[in-house]
Design a binder for this molecule. Structure first.
Ligand code: NAP
Length: 283
């Protein structure tokens, strides 16, 4: 039976540390502020943002919300980002993915200043990661590395397989594992023999968006399994991961549950990046 990698419990520790960092900043007259741009007509985005706002407020942070919708023009979105870039009271900005379909998300991310990129997903932040330079790391893979560290899972020299190559998750995850000296393979929808590739992996990160795709018999006995997936399945309550937990937990050495694994540490890492941005503004 695998060790359960409890991201929710770890996020509580990180959030308690955050509250202390926020209090120290407030003593210097700075209140960390994370502003959010969200598609108001997308209930899932609004729900994720509400949770992020709740945890930010609990840590003592503040933030404004900018709602965009099907009537928002690209220029209006760029203008909002321009105002946030220019406002010294705003330390971090989250552009909640996905934006309404008619808007160009890449152009919006290109417009956002890297020093306020709390989610670590602008091309500038991803470039800094690729070049091994200091910068904000992408929140979801950053949260995953915090889980690995907390549970003393050393990836050095190990075979890591990341399933998924999105710029917000799979690619930066692979780069962060590489930075930690894992031997990394990235799988995607065109990968042949995916189950066999999974069986070779000591560290398996599923970032696919397909409910319970990775089965227990795809997993190398004793492997560390990180499930980043959040999928809605008709007739089932809550979110379902990319890994079939019940079979995987019998084979893996360690595994993140869904919910309570990667998700809470994504939020904690986003808030931590925003507080770091505020700390940098006074140093
Ligand atoms: P995405 O942009 O849709 O990317 C999915 C990736 O999976 C793509 O690279 C795709 O390959 C690959 N893929 C799709 N079907 C596959 C298959 N049958 N076999 C192998 N690879 C396959 O998704 P994303 O934004 O990275 O998100 C992935 C999952 O993580 C989703 O469930 C999402 O909800 C979740 N997520 C969780 C958090 C969190 O905080 N926990 C944060 C963000 C996302 P191609 O590139 O070839 O199309």
């Amino acid at each position: 039976m695998a060790t359960i990698l409890d991201g929710l419990a770890l996020s509580k520790i990180v959030r308690a540390e955050l509250a202390e960092r926020v209090a120290a900043l407030k003593a210097k007259g700075i209140t960390p502020r994370l502003d959010v741009v969200v598609a108001a007509q997308d209930p899932a985005s609004v729900a994720y943002v509400n949770m992020k706002k709740k945890w930010a407020a609990a840590a003592g942070m503040i933030g404004e919300q900018f709602e965009i919708d099907d009537n928002t023009t690209q220029q209006e979105l760029i203008d909002i980002i321009g105002q946030l870039n220019a406002n010294p009271e705003v330390h971090g900005v989250l552009l909640q993915h996905p934006l309404p379909k008619h808007l160009d998300e890449n152009a919006a991310l290109l417009a956002l200043g890297a020093e306020k990129d709390a989610d670590g997903i602008t091309p500038a932040s991803l470039g800094r990661l690729t070049a091994g330079l200091d910068g904000f790391r992408c929140a979801t893979p950053l949260g995953i590395t915090k889980i690995l560290d907390h549970y003393n899972i050393d990836v050095t020299g190990k075979r890591a397989l990341v399933i998924g190559r999105s710029h917000i998750l799979g690619k930066p995850m692979a780069l962060m594992l590489l930075e930690r000296n894992a031997t990394v393979t990235i799988a995607h929808s065109k990968t042949l023999d995916l189950a066999d590739r999974c069986r070779e992996a000591d560290i398996l990160v599923a970032a696919v968006g397909r409910a319970e795709m990775v089965k227990g018999d795809w997993i190398k006995p004793g492997a560390t399994v990180i499930d980043a997936g959040y999928n809605k399945v008709e007739g089932r309550k809550g979110d379902v991961g990319d890994v079939h937990f019940e079979s995987a937990v019998e084979v893996a050495g360690a595994i993140t549950p869904v919910p309570g694994g990667v998700g809470p540490m994504t939020v904690a890492s986003l808030l931590s990046n925003a507080v770091t941005a505020a700390e940098k503004s006074v140093s």
